[in-house]
Design a protein around this ligand. Structure first.
Ligand SMILES: CC(C)(COP(=O)(O)OP(=O)(O)OC[C@H]1O[C@@H](n2cnc3c(N)ncnc32)[C@H](O)[C@@H]1OP(=O)(O)O)[C@@H](O)C(=O)NCCC(=O)NCCS
Length: 183
């Protein structure tokens, strides 16, 4: 049975089970969801992502969590934490990230899940500061960052992408979680 780490009004944020692999593959094969990533992911890439998440949870005690709707028990995507440790002037840093099935967009679930994550990050994981970043064209994701009260720090070229790549330029946001009591 998956472990529920924390919840919000409409959502459970829980550990992963093999039953999530099918829906996780569907989400990562959707070109709409992957518009601002270099490519959609095939099954072997999704399994690598799944295994990375399970290992990060075991090793660090946090990870990207599976997001489930309380109303019908449906898996709708992922939201949670990841240790960003690529080479840059703001890393290593705890990153908050989100990815939802496209049919679930526009209902406030990403912001609700991320808010609950930040609260859990502050109260249980004792994080002080969390960053988030996305390619500059990904306004839906940047909108979530703004609604969470994160503040823009600037732009950077993602070191894992060639500087000429259309997705290389990223915006960087940060939040100091001592302000999180407002949630
Ligand atoms: C980024 C992503 C998670 C955002 O999802 P989302 O559903 O658009 O995000 P939100 O939770 O902010 O909800 C959006 C809208 O739902 C609407 N909404 C409907 N019901 C709502 C409710 N009960 N409460 C709050 N908002 C609600 C809001 O109007 C909000 O839009 P607004 O902020 O412009 O007013 C989603 O687009 C996605 O998965 N994208 C692909 C993956 C990706 O790019 N991830 C980020 C990579 S860095």
């Amino acid at each position: 049975m998956p472990e529920v780490f924390f919840e919000s009004k409409r959502l459970l944020l829980r550990s992963w089970s093999e039953a999530d692999i099918g829906p996780l593959c569907e989400m990562n094969a959707d070109p709409k969801v992957m518009e601002f990533f270099p490519k959609t992911l095939d099954k072997s890439e999704v399994l690598a992502l799944y295994n990375m998440i399970i290992s990060e949870q075991a090793e660090r005690g946090f990870s990207l969590y599976a997001v489930e709707k309380k109303s019908d028990g449906k898996f709708i995507g992922l939201t949670g934490f990841h240790m960003a440790n690529f080479n840059s002037d703001f890393t290593p840093a705890i990153e908050i990230a989100w990815r939802l099935k496209s049919e679930e967009w526009g209902r406030g679930y990403a912001t609700e899940a991320a808010r609950a994550c930040l609260q859990y990050g502050w109260e249980t994981l004792h994080f002080r500061e969390v960053v988030s970043f996305t390619t500059e064209a990904n306004k839906r994701s940047e909108n979530v960052m703004k609604k969470l009260g994160m503040t823009m720090q600037g732009e950077f070229m993602h070191p894992k992408l060639d500087p000429s790549h259309a997705l290389a330029k990223h915006v960087l946001y940060k939040i100091n979680l001592s302000g999180i009591r407002a949630f």
